[in-house]
Design a protein around this ligand. Sequence first.
Ligand SMILES: Cc1ncc(COP(=O)(O)O)c(C=O)c1O
Length: 377
Amino acid sequence: MVMDVMRAAIDRENAGDRVIHMEVGQPGAAAPHAVIAAARAALRDGYFGYTESLGIRALRSRIARHYSEAYGLEVPPERVVVTTGSSAGFNLAFLSAFDAGDRIALPTPGYPAYRNIMSALGLETVEIETDANSRFALTPDMLAAAHARSPLRGVLIASPANPTGTMMAPDALAALVSAAHDLGIRFISDEIYHGLVYEGVAETALKSSADAIVVNSFSKYYCMTGWRVGWMILPENLVRPVERIAQNLYISPPDISQRAALAAFDATDELEAVKAGYAANRRLLLRRLPEIGFDDHAPVDGAFYIYVSVRRFANDSVEFTRRMLAEAGVAATPGPDFDRARGHGTVRFSFAGTETDMAEAVDRLAAWLGDSGRTGK
Ligand SMILES: Cc1ncc(COP(=O)(O)O)c(C=O)c1O
């Protein structure tokens, strides 16, 4: 659905209208200067070939070092796998850790690609509804109850999450990882929004279990969506299976992107300035959206999303976002993308754009909701 909204927004722009994009979850900023410079240097050299399937060794070592710098955790480079974005990481993780027919738990609302990839691979997804009572997180009790109904082979969570931006506190995450471990359920942790945290501290699932699979990416904090480069930290016994699957599925991640990504870890000042822009957007939206009626939303601890209830305006968020785009020129993503059962009452706004755009979007929404919007017609 987010892609359909984007297409409709582009149609409007082609017709000469200005649209404010709050639908797509990608940074507005370019990759850091050091990354671009590294790519330019690689281009001057000119030769790009396949790399080792698990990624170039310098990048695997640099990622391993990141775990000691960011989390105080020693991770051997041999357990680091560079992937074509975290999207490839999910495919590799599911293919190596599970068999067709296995049941995997996913909290909802959640990122839709997990269940779509799983169903393409013949895995059965077990969606577990979360809400404000558990801060939109799975608890050990919820996991144990689902496992008791019918055994689970895996569970996948993201923290901070998409679409809520809500993050699990380190102790809540540790308790869930341990519960999964005790029940013999493979834990997969999507840590793609680490680095983009405004409240609290992001902890890696690796702290609680070396058997967890951690998936991460250069797409979000590092502003490198189009470079298609991410990584995984694997338990030792999955490295070789993943290597063999990667060799056959796509041979290697892009050479140039890997060489460029090496520089991303040293671009902290630039990336923190980008993050400060998101933080300002977040403050603005948390202040102004409730004033215009979006006062019921998930806690925005991290990422660049705010997931709001639209129930006071409409019963159908797909129609509501269609009208928001057509009448206010603001694009947002309707909730059913993230929660098929309850998403008709919610919308996700992404605040990865500029502060000027965010302020204009709220002004437009205020004017729109001031008249036709409130009727929900
Ligand atoms: C939670 C989450 N995980 C993974 C991805 C995929 O990112 P990529 O394949 O660019 O690393 C996204 C993209 O929006 C996301 O929101």
